[in-house]
Design a protein around this ligand. Structure first.
Ligand code: KIV
Ligand code: ZN
Length: 401
């Protein structure tokens, strides 16, 4: 029996903090319902002390979502914790998520606190939150740049005070996978009461390592991954939920864990986020980008047409993408062209196909992607040499206007 890895979605909090990704209450609620449908274990719905609108959004989500836990973020102060609790308290499974920085850089230059003061604040905040809510997550901000022994002391204190989850954020995306995995192992081995809490990770993507770091953490005993749809989040973003989930799903034999996410909902969730925020997903984005299951190179198209296993490690349907695409462009071959023509109802002899292909190639000098309409135009006009001459000229006129 595989161990369960929990998926903590922070699209509505860390994701929403990123420039250009803010969402209003209605939009947040819509996305929260989709996240619940997708089966994430925890929805971090917002940072209630931040604004009245965010408070109301978290409250509404807490009232409506029943299957996933609903978390509200707060700093390690009574006022913040009270506000977070007010927002999440009606949830079927409420969680208070409180945090304080533990790296020397942050303690000295941001908080102006000593290690002893941070330890005291941790104890006070977690104990207070625990009086309000059974499920309390504690995050040590900038954990990956914190002194590891001190970090362990902070976690031990938080767990003793009642934390059910302790989180290790790579706040500035500085860690490398093997270092981050080692840190998780160190925490597992040096926090005496770690068996009384779940160990979570929260990785940022400043060096493009967020997913790799999260998976290295899982390999070293992490129980929960914090991530976002489309990888949105502060600066370069957070670990992308769809990449984390599909790595665990696709490479199941390499993991002792599995997760609850309904993979078929990954693409619809990504699309919904794009629709709500108006920010398109980059075409080459893993799992959910427009090109993730598109093939243009002739050799690849030929391989795909023979057997999709040649060039696809996942079935598009598994992530909710309707089908793979054989995109016709400059690099496409005769086989792919013919298969598209057949789909459109054309059947050409070898010689005719040669002519159509010749004209098709000319067209790709002018157009990056050849559409069905282009193919119909080519087919209806260009199956004879005279036609070839004609099509060559008309393509020239069409695309050089
Ligand atoms: O990146 C970070 O450190 C955070 C914490 C508040 C969890 O977002
Ligand atoms: Zn973060």
């Amino acid at each position: 029996m595989k161990k369960q890895i929990k998926i903590f979605d922070t699209t509505l909090r860390d994701g929403e903090q990123a420039p250009g990704f803010s969402m209003n209450r209605k939009e947040k609620l819509r996305l929260a319902l989709q996240l619940e449908k997708m089966g994430v274990d925890v929805i971090e719905a917002g940072f209630p002390i931040c604004s009245d609108d965010d408070f109301e959004a978290v409250k509404e989500i807490a009232q409506v979502v029943t299957k996933s836990s609903v978390a509200g973020l707060c700093r390690a102060t009574q006022k913040d914790i009270d506000r977070a609790w007010e927002a999440v308290k009606h949830a079927a499974k409420p969680r208070i998520h409180t945090f304080i920085a533990t790296s020397d850089i942050h303690m000295e230059h941001k908080l102006g606190k000593t290690r002893e003061e941070v330890l005291a604040s941790t104890k006070k905040a977690v104990s207070y939150a625990k009086q309000l809510c059974y499920d309390v997550e504690f995050s040590a901000e900038d954990a990956s740049r914190s002194e590891p022994t001190f970090l362990c002391e902070v976690f031990e204190t938080a767990i003793k005070a009642g934390a059910t989850v302790v989180n290790v954020p790579d706040t500035v995306g500085y860690a490398l996978p093997w270092e981050f995995g080692e840190l998780i192992r160190f925490i597992k081995e040096n926090v005496s009461n770690i068996d009384k809490a779940e160990l979570s990770v929260h990785c940022h993507d400043d060096l493009g390592m967020a997913v790799a770091n999260s998976l290295a953490a899982v390999a070293n005993g992490a129980d929960q991954i914090e991530c976002t749809i489309n990888g949105i989040g502060e600066r370069a973003g957070n670990a992308s939920l769809e990449e984390v989930v599909m790595a665990i799903h696709t490479r199941a034999q390499s993991f002792e864990q599995q997760c609850n996410v309904v993979t078929q909902e990954l693409f619809p969730s990504s699309q919904l986020l794009s629709e709500i925020t108006g920010v398109a997903v980059q075409p080459n984005k893993a799992i959910v980008g427009e090109n993730a299951f598109a093939h243009e190179a002739g050799i690849h198209q030929d391989g795909m047409l023979k057997n999709s296993l040649n060039y696809e490690i996942m079935e598009p349907k598994t992530v909710g993408v309707p089908e793979s695409k054989i995109v016709l462009g400059k690099h496409s071959g005769r086989n792919a062209l013919n298969s598209h023509l057949k789909r459109l109802g054309y059947s050409f002899s070898k010689n005719e196909l040669d002519v159509v292909y010749k004209n098709f190639s000319r067209m790709t000098d002018h157009k990056k992607v050849i559409t069905d309409n282009d193919l119909i135009y080519l087919s209806n006009n260009g199956v004879t040499e005279i036609g070839a001459q004609f099509i060559s000229e008309s393509i020239h006129q069409l695309y050089n206007r």
